[in-house]
Design a protein around this ligand. Structure first.
Ligand code: AMP
Length: 216
């Protein structure tokens, strides 16, 4: 399965992607995670990307496309993957189609996790991530049992630099202007599946995700 996950920042794409790969092992390719790794490694690309990310804007297409193209060449991508946070605009979506077309492949589905924009601010300001295993928590909706510490592995939790109110506003504007049109893009290609990501628990939403994707 070659899957694209769509949804606004904080809609729960990453959380659902993690649940999908727990049940159906395949790589979860998050361009945000790849960029944060480059920032942490202090590479030239990372330094440039950090400034853009801290403003809540999109990193240039050429950078992201190069990263994705490289990642998709790895052996673990042969039988499928989940793209999380990519594509973010029509240019990236077209480039992905082109990339796959050259390999005689196409996407299986684009899954949109729908949450009204007004619900997202609290989700994002409350978000905390485990430094060790990447598990996500929310101090308002799904707080860890022990403050600052991961329930799964005991790792330290951190707040992303771009999960601050000012940056979040910008990220939501960028989503509306540049990423939301992809819902139409994939709708026209007849591969769009949408689930309501606003009501129910993470597990209840996961049941809807599996049903939308035809996963048992
Ligand atoms: P995310 O973890 O997906 O919310 O991404 C965090 C930030 O990384 C975004 O606000 C962008 O600055 C950058 N980013 C992630 N994915 C992309 C992409 N596909 N295109 C451009 N910038 C991206």
């Amino acid at each position: 399965m070659r899957l694209v996950l769509l949804g606004a920042p904080g809609a729960g794409k990453g959380t659902q992607a993690k649940k999908i790969i727990e049940k159906y092992p395949m790589p979860q390719i998050s361009t945000g995670d790849l960029l944060r790794a480059a920032v942490a490694a202090g590479t030239e690309l990372g330094k440039e990307a950090k400034a853009v990310m801290d403003r809540g804007e999109l990193v240039p297409d050429s950078v992201v496309l190069g990263m994705v193209q490289e990642r998709l060449k790895h052996d673990d991508c042969k039988s499928g993957y989940i793209l999380d946070g990519f594509p973010r605009n029509t240019r990236q979506a077209e480039a992905l189609d082109e990339m796959l077309g050259k390999l005689g492949m196409s996407l299986t589905a684009a899954l949109s996790v729908d949450v009204p924009l007004e619900n997202l601010m609290k989700r994002l300001t409350g978000r905390r991530t485990c430094k060790a295993c990447g598990q996500m928590f929310n101090i308002f909706f799904g707080a860890p049992k022990k403050e600052g510490s991961c329930d799964k592995c005991g790792g330290e939790l951190f707040q992303r630099d771009d999960d601050k109110e000012e940056t979040i506003r910008k990220r939501l504007d960028v989503y509306t202007a540049q990423t939301a049109p992809l819902i139409d893009y994939y709708g026209k290609k007849n591969i769009l599946k949408a689930v309501d990501g606003a009501s129910g628990t993470i597990d209840e939403i996961f049941v809807k995700v599996c049903s939308a994707l035809g996963l048992k």
